[in-house]
Design a protein around this ligand. Sequence first.
Ligand SMILES: Nc1ncnc2c1ncn2[C@@H]1O[C@H](COP(=O)(O)OP(=O)(O)O)[C@@H](O)[C@H]1O
Ligand SMILES: [Mg+2]
Length: 267
Amino acid sequence: MKTVAIVSQKGGVGKTTLALNLGFSLAKLGLRVVLVDADPQGGIGHSLKGSGESPGLAGYATHGTRVRDALLRTRIPEFNILPVGDVPPEYTQDFSSQFADGMVLATAMDDLSALFDVALIDTPAGFNGVTLGALRASDLALSPVQAEPIALRTLPQLLAVIGALREQGAHVELAGLVLSMLQQRNSDSLAVAEEVWSRLPPELVFETTIPRDPAVLAASSAGVPLALTHRLHLPPVALSFDQLAAEFAQRTGLLTGDADEPLSLFA
Ligand SMILES: Nc1ncnc2c1ncn2[C@@H]1O[C@H](COP(=O)(O)OP(=O)(O)O)[C@@H](O)[C@H]1O
Ligand SMILES: [Mg+2]
């Protein structure tokens, strides 16, 4: 199993959206995916309908629940969710410290490694507490960056954090940046994208971009991946996540060139 921490210095850049929709799209490719919600505030658990049924990560950490018993199954069998569980505001600080060294998450990921091909960990903004723990317990880091002028500054910061963690023995590597909320009809937004592509090494920036689209907000409000918001008029941004999933799976070796061979129609 490959464990991927979805991180960013800033909040509201599209981490949770990326985690949920990339996870769903990877599962549609046939990969077994677990989405781990490690954000006690405003993460997936708050929007997804039906996620209150599980003790979640908090239950695992405090009551020793078996992590596989805290998994939520979804409409597609390849896609499971480990919600964050109940983290009352007064416990948020302790929750964060409890996860900071990465041990709890690493053990949880070990328990899940036989069941899944990929774990995506959605984290709170900033590089501290549970986010550091997630990076310590991960093979890869993936970071959405909003297509706005400060975007270029995010890479050195992220590389510095990853470098420091690696010096302490972590093995996390940067999978890359994903330009998110790109406004294709806005020249400032496009100029940032151009600059990111021209100034940063291509292996660190995904070619697929995620456009800014009101459909994303509607999907978050409904608490579902974009792919499940419409059956007939699927918003094009849903396809961007499919394309990103294919690029991600290929770049990270989750799927190889063989995956482009036709599948047999009959199982
Ligand atoms: N591509 C997008 N287009 C439009 N709105 C988006 C897009 N990505 C995210 N959003 C919205 O922006 C807000 C923040 O996104 P979210 O994924 O929760 O960010 P984070 O997890 O980094 O805080 C949410 O309301 C979400 O619906
Ligand atoms: Mg979030």
